[in-house]
Design a protein around this ligand. Structure first.
Ligand code: ADP
Ligand code: ADP
Ligand code: ZN
Length: 222
């Protein structure tokens, strides 16, 4: 049985957080919680939070801690998260990390592992610019590194519609990378100080990275 675990995937845009979180969901029955996905849903729904986030996201900056925390707390309050969560793209600032510690402490929980997916900046730009997803089920693909088995048909759900994110363009990507180095990378030492940090070489192939992650997650959830 999997114990209720809270896992964090840290890494720059394109590191493979979403790809790996979906694989961990399947393998370990955990729930992926992507603040990027939640924010895009808020933008699409036209909520107040979504309206405030939209401009910042298209410029490649970080949405305010206040908005992100409100969205995260709502999602964490849903019952399926009791199975354990993989936080994908959260926290991204020291303020968010401290707020997460408080939230978990109030629920008698703590962080099982914070796993940094380490990639070169150059690889990240290539990964982000070739990224697309299934419009129906959200499965992630890449023009060179992960194509569907049958061209134009989603492996998971058979849909033939795909989409690309508006912020996956060269200018926005460099702003996102800068935001990562300035505001998110310091969280690596934050979690190292708490004794929960693991690092994975995320330059390898998707299945290789998945195997390294599975080893860490098995230790945390057993
Ligand atoms: P993130 O969620 O960290 O931004 P994604 O999981 O969306 O990253 O991955 C970015 C792109 O790179 C996607 O198109 C994905 O298919 C591809 N990708 C993910 N991991 C790898 C890998 N280890 N090697 C090559 N391509 C990868
Ligand atoms: P990626 O992993 O490719 O960087 P995400 O989907 O995680 O993409 O995030 C897309 C955008 O959403 C970010 O560039 C940022 O503007 C916003 N965002 C997502 N998560 C957070 C967060 N935890 N804090 C602030 N902004 C966030
Ligand atoms: Zn699909």
């Amino acid at each position: 049985m999997t114990k209720s675990a809270v896992l964090i995937l840290l890494g720059p845009p394109g590191a493979g957080k979403g790809t790996q979180a979906r694989m961990l969901e399947e393998k370990f029955g955990l729930v992926q919680l992507s603040t990027g996905d939640l924010l895009r849903a808020a933008v699409a729904a036209g909520t107040e939070a979504g309206k405030a986030a939209q401009e910042v996201m298209s410029a490649g900056g970080l949405v305010s801690d206040e908005i992100v925390l409100a969205i995260l707390k709502d999602r964490m309050a849903e019952p399926d998260t009791a199975k354990g969560v993989i936080l994908d793209g959260f926290p991204r600032t020291e303020g968010q990390a401290a707020a997460l510690d408080d939230l978990l402490a109030a629920q008698g929980q703590s962080i099982g592992a914070a796993i940094s997916l380490d990639v070169d900046d150059a690889a990240m730009i290539e990964r982000v610019s070739g990224r697309y997803t299934c419009a129906n089920c959200g499965e992630g693909y890449h023009d060179s590194f992960k194509q569907p088995a049958v061209a134009g048909v989603c492996d998971k759900c058979g849909s033939t519609e795909f989409k690309r994110r508006a912020d996956d363009n060269a200018e926005t990507v460099s702003a996102r990378l800068e935001a990562y180095h300035a505001q998110t990378a310091p969280l690596i030492s934050y979690y190292e100080g708490k004794g929960v940090l693991s690092r994975v070489d995320a330059m390898g192939q998707i299945d290789r990275v998945a195997a390294d992650l599975a080893q860490i997650v098995t230790q945390v959830t057993n």
